[in-house]
Design a protein around this ligand. Structure first.
Ligand code: IMP
Ligand code: MG
Length: 174
């Protein structure tokens, strides 16, 4: 049976939010260079829109970690499957995440990158599922806050599907 998809954030909502985040980031890092770390795969669309709106010198790097597999809940066990290609020590690092849910993935990534001695490390997250947090992670820039529900689109998948959808939708398995 087909999944049921319900629109949540439109392309216009996303565009406005990305612009707001980019303005705050550009202001806060004025006069500095920042390494934008896109967490694959979910953040690829968000990253591409965000960096186009950021008005300071930017380097784009990618990292991929395994977290969810095909299910809908976090296992907590994280491994790097594609690492950064740049030494981040002494640099400003901005981690770009699609969703923070339990916080386990982002906390692990944050701790791992902090161990490489960046000058600063901040996090920008498109969607924060606040009520589901199991570990505390400081999020410096948050796009949308939602209560619960499994979302897809705008780079975000359910079992690798729906990443191509240009808006964000809630998915219910029928
Ligand atoms: P956490 O470790 O529980 O915070 O999981 C965060 C990661 O799980 C996100 O980066 C997403 O890749 C994935 N995830 C969490 N919630 C959703 C969702 O609603 N849709 C799709 N992926 C999700
Ligand atoms: Mg992810």
């Amino acid at each position: 049976m087909a999944d049921i998809l319900t629109p949540l954030f439109s392309r216009a909502d996303i565009k406005k939010t990305v612009k707001r985040l980019a303005e705050a980031i550009s202001r806060d890092y004025r006069g500095e260079e920042v390494i934008c770390v896109c967490i694959l795969k979910g953040s690829f669309m968000f990253t591409s829109d965000l960096v186009r709106e950021i008005k300071i010198p930017t380097i784009v790097e990618f990292i991929r970690v395994s977290s969810y597999g095909k299910g809908m809940s976090s296992k907590g066990a994280v491994t790097i499957t594609k690492d950064l290609e740049m030494d981040i020590s002494g640099k400003n690092v901005l981690v770009i995440e699609d969703i923070i849910d339990s916080g386990l993935t982002l906390k692990w990534i944050r701790d791992t990158l902090l161990a490489r001695n960046p000058k600063t490390l901040k996090i920008v997250c498109l969607v924060d599922k606040k009520t589901r947090r199991r570990v505390d992670v400081p999020c410096d820039y948050v796009g949308f806050t939602i209560e619960d529900g499994f979302i897809v689109g705008y780079g975000i998948d359910y079992a690798e599907k729906y990443r191509n959808l240009p808006e964000i939708l809630v998915v219910e398995k029928s």
